[in-house]
Design a protein around this ligand. Structure first.
Ligand code: ATP
Length: 402
């Protein structure tokens, strides 16, 4: 496993992640995602959303405001339990109201429980999912993305009948492990920790932390909590709005209980980068590459002209590049190879090294033979193996290998 400094350096060098406000000496606990880091982040968010929202019929999305009425934080217990939350004020002058940048996305889902029930009439069990920023002031930032002041969460509040909580707790445990496996986090690096009562959050009756072997040790990656009816009951009392659920079949009215799978997106990104970082030897030289799953890679294919000072090679490389890019732009989605880049910077060896470090699964090189027989070299990231492929078969080749 690599050390953290190596990962931080690679992330910066290759345009994944930069220290926040860097030209002013930085701001501890903040990180800015660059072009490739953002692509990786968006790919992860999309896979998560597909699996847990669009791929199912029982989970509804929400994108709640970060700023919430301060009564939300009083009802949730945050104002009482936490000393420094990020205080801000709404409006100016004497009648300005105090509120906080949210410390978790969960409350945005609880306050929309009634809206979701009224709009969609779901039957239990059902869930509300949200991806969004959260802010924590009382932490000591450290270990790169692991502990930041501003970070992103992907969370589900899954509402169940009180008697069903154990069944759905087990179900979500499996779902969480399944998703982690899907994004390439192998089970040997993930460890479940049953959190003892005195370490659990004030709202939780049972919590499992999924820990990951980070370069700085085994630490929490994501968690699964049984939040009982704590939040809905508190909001019901504080707001005086009825947050119960009526079961048409059994004619019962009750406040549902909640199972909460929560993923810290930035920690997931750090775990993915840690897992993907690979060093090996190719052609007698040491090389570094990110063995990212193709679905996560910021760039799927890089197209190069062999030499940058030969106009005929550049023109042909541009033609090949444009033909691969066109379906990606929506003209023919079935023939899309995904995100693609044109790279003629430096010599070919440098370009391979750059694309390896970005985690690009395939590099396509246009050389003099291409001008004769319309074939190109396709190089696979993981093995460095190269093969000759006809331009007309390029899409099939790349798609089949995905
Ligand atoms: P920890 O015990 O490490 O402080 P936590 O138990 O406070 O984490 P939760 O409140 O359960 O974390 O938040 C849900 C998820 O959000 C965590 O599993 C983690 O992935 C992520 N997370 C929490 N705090 C941070 C932070 N300061 N920076 C980055 N991600 C965080």
């Amino acid at each position: 496993m690599t050390n953290l400094e190596t990962l931080v350096a690679l992330a910066k060098r290759r345009g994944f992640i930069y220290p926040g406000s860097e030209i002013y000496g930085g701001l501890a606990g903040t990180w800015d995602y660059g072009h490739y880091g953002l692509a990786l982040k968006n790919n992860l968010k999309n896979l998560w959303w597909q699996r847990f929202v669009t791929g199912r019929e029982d989970i509804y999305g929400v994108d709640a405001a970060i700023l919430m009425n301060q009564k939300v934080w009083q009802a949730s217990g945050h104002t009482e339990k936490f000393s420094e939350i990020f205080q801000t004020q709404i409006g100016t002058g004497d009648d300005a109201a105090i509120t906080y940048l949210r410390p978790e996305t969960a409350q945005g889902m609880f306050v929309n429980f009634k809206n979701t029930v009224d709009s969609f009439h779901p039957t239990l069990p059902f869930g509300i999912a949200q991806i969004g920023k959260a802010f924590r002031n009382e932490i000591a930032p450290r270990d790169f993305l692991f502990r930041a002041r501003e970070f992103e969460q992907m969370e589900i509040e899954y509402f169940v009948k009180p008697a069903d909580w154990e069944k759905f707790f087990e179900y979500w445990r499996g779902e969480m492990l399944g998703w982690m496996r899907d994004i390439g986090l192998t089970s040997d690096k993930i460890h479940e920790l049953e959190v003892p009562e005195n370490d659990r959050a004030h709202y939780s009756k049972r919590t499992i932390d999924f820990e990951f072997d980070f370069p700085f040790g085994r630490k929490e990656l994501c968690g699964l909590a049984y939040r009982t009816d704590f939040d809905l009951q508190n909001h019901r009392q504080a707001s005086t709005v009825d947050l119960s659920y009526y079961n048409e079949e059994t004619k019962e009215r009750f406040v549902p209980h909640v199972i909460e799978p929560t993923f810290g997106l930035d920690r997931i990104i750090l775990a993915v980068l840690t897992s993907a970082y690979t060093e090996d030897e190719l052609g007698g030289e040491k090389r570094v590459f990110l063995k990212l799953k193709s679905e996560l890679a910021p760039i799927k294919v890089a197209v190069f002209p062999l030499l940058k000072n030969k106009p005929e090679l550049i023109a042909k490389a541009r033609t090949v590049f444009n033909s691969l890019k066109a379906p990606t732009l929506g003209r023919d989605p079935d023939r899309s190879v995904g995100a693609i880049t044109f790279d003629d910077n430096g010599n070919i060896g440098k370009r391979y090294r750059r694309q390896d470090e970005i985690g690009t699964p395939y590099c396509v090189t246009i050389d003099f033979q291409t001008l004769d027989d319309d074939t190109v070299t396709v190089r696979a990231r993981d093995t460095g193996a190269q093969e000759r492929v006809a331009v007309g078969e390029l899409v099939d080749k790349i798609q089949n290998k995905k």
